[in-house]
Design a protein around this ligand. Structure first.
Ligand SMILES: Cc1cc2nc3c(=O)[nH]c(=O)nc-3n(C[C@H](O)[C@H](O)[C@H](O)COP(=O)(O)OP(=O)(O)OC[C@H]3O[C@@H](n4cnc5c(N)ncnc54)[C@H](O)[C@@H]3O)c2cc1C
Length: 427
């Protein structure tokens, strides 16, 4: 039986461990934290939407959505509690960086139901919304931020999509399913070296002392992935770089008749909003050009407390869109870290070191795809181990529930830069 080590027990690592054990590998998952999902997964807004810039990313999100919808079935053995897919739909407001025409074409080719709304539809369907077009996003201290809109917006609405109610529980569900199937988790265990013989990985060293041997090692280290690649000495042939970025998500209480429906993606003003039926709304950012991006050199040194400045910026932008929103005096929210790939598309691939694979660069947008990432990594690893040259002829997988064929070449470390990407968390 081939042995595999998964580094990282976030939502991605847990899914990989779960699928690999199902395929017959002997799997150990190692994480320096105390339990599953303690890295960037714990900060996730867990929005599930299908708006991406390539066919393969859209198809991956659509298939993953069906895994979330059938979560107990996806996990197999019965568990006590399950996270839920809150299927409220997604309203993506028009913005130049996300062409409505292209999105419609992608949704048509993947088979995703959607409606194109003009500004009249938008104001009719979304209570309390201001349909003004404010593009480009501006800073609050820019007088132009407060100017009246001269034009109005439409949107693309998908009746499907929404969010996972409890991202940590979803990750625990995956970890529990993996344990039931035979995966060993080692928490509070830090990977300190990647063991190699010639050009082949042979295992890992943990906590500077113990060696664990394996045939396959997978880097699912989230924002720490760069450091783990350095330990392995890989990256020379990557055309796509990854870098961590700090990001904040804020929380406000909203009137129950406002924002209780679908996710609102508002790149026109630079935010997205996710509301719960209890009247809590999460407001995240979409990297508007006017804001400084907070790139991180040292992941361990990042301040994970929200700042008043960003709270005010994001909540005020949301209130520009929904004028009835009240901006609280006290800031509330969290900070997390994205592992951003240069073209905001993840890298799911082998590396130049035989047996060493990566599931990295998740760019603030891959929680939703985690159920499928486990499957695609397992198929990729099987194919490469069987001698398939994935770099020359990309492995393709068939999405079981939705029928599309997904080319893993779209997530290659050596891909051509995805010039169609939005330059934002939208991918
Ligand atoms: C604020 C925020 C909001 C987001 N919102 C959304 C959203 O709405 N929708 C969406 O789809 N995605 C979203 N994302 C992105 C999504 O959450 C991530 O893509 C996903 O959680 C990444 O999971 P991961 O398992 O790769 O990484 P992580 O969860 O970071 O897991 C990596 C793990 O590796 C471990 N590790 C690192 N180095 C070592 C080492 N040397 N030894 C042992 N263990 C190690 C860490 O302890 C960590 O637990 C968001 C992310 C953030 C930060």
């Amino acid at each position: 039986m081939a042995k595999a080590i998964v580094i990282g027990a976030g939502v991605i690592g847990c899914s990989i461990a779960f699928e690999m054990v199902a395929k017959g590998y002997e799997v150990i998952a190692v994480d320096k934290a105390q339990g599953p999902g303690q890295g960037s997964t714990s900060a996730s807004s867990a929005v599930v939407r299908f708006n991406y810039s390539t066919f393969d990313s859209v198809a991956l999100a659509w298939e993953s959505f069906h895994c979330w919808k059938n979560w107990p079935d996806h996990l197999g053995k019965k568990q006590e509690r399950y996270s839920k897919m809150i299927d409220v739909g997604v309203v993506m407001l028009d913005a130049p960086v996300i062409s409505g025409e292209k999105t419609s074409q992608l949704f048509d080719s993947v088979g995703i139901p959607y409606e194109v709304w003009n500004s009249t539809d938008l104001s009719k369907n979304v209570a309390g919304i201001d349909v003004g077009k404010y593009w480009p996003p501006k800073k609050l201290d820019d007088d132009a931020f407060w100017e009246d809109a001269e034009d109005s917006l439409g949107a693309i609405f998908t009746p499907n999509g929404g969010y996972i109610d409890d991202p940590l529980l979803a990750t625990e569900n995956l970890a529990q399913a993996a344990i039931s199937a035979g995966v060993t988790f080692r928490f509070k265990t830090k990977v300190t070296a990647i063991l190699q013989e010639g050009n082949k990985v042979i295992g890992i060293e943990v906590d500077g002392t113990e060696k664990i041997f394996a045939d396959v090692v997978i880097n699912a280290g989230g924002p720490w992935s760069n450091g783990i690649n350095k330990l392995a000495g890989v990256g020379q042939d990557f055309t796509i770089s990854v870098k961590p970025m700090r990001q904040e998500v804020h929380q406000i209480t909203t009137p129950m008749n406002l924002l209780s429906g679908p996710i609102i993606g508002d790149l026109d003003l630079g935010t997205y909003m996710r509301s719960s039926p209890t009247g809590a709304t999460y407001i995240g950012g979409t990297e508007p050009e006017c804001d400084r991006l907070d790139w991180v050199d040292d992941v361990e040194a990042v301040n994970l407390n929200r700042t008043k400045e960003l709270f005010e910026a994001q909540v005020t932008r949301a209130a520009r869109r929904f004028p009835a929103l009240k901006i609280p005096n006290t800031a509330s929210g969290i900070a997390g870290i994205y592992d951003v790939a240069a073209d905001w598309t993840p890298i799911y691939d082998r590396t130049e070191l035989d047996g060493f694979f990566v599931a990295i660069g998740t760019s603030g947008n891959q929680f939703k795809n985690a159920p499928m990432v486990g499957k695609l990594m397992t198929e990729l690893i099987d194919a490469v181990r069987a001698g398939h040259d994935h770099d020359v002829e990309p492995v393709k997988i068939r999405a079981e529930r939705t029928g599309n064929e997904i080319s893993l070449g779209a997530f290659s470390r050596k891909r051509a830069f995805n010039a169609e990407n939005t330059g934002t968390v939208m991918g």
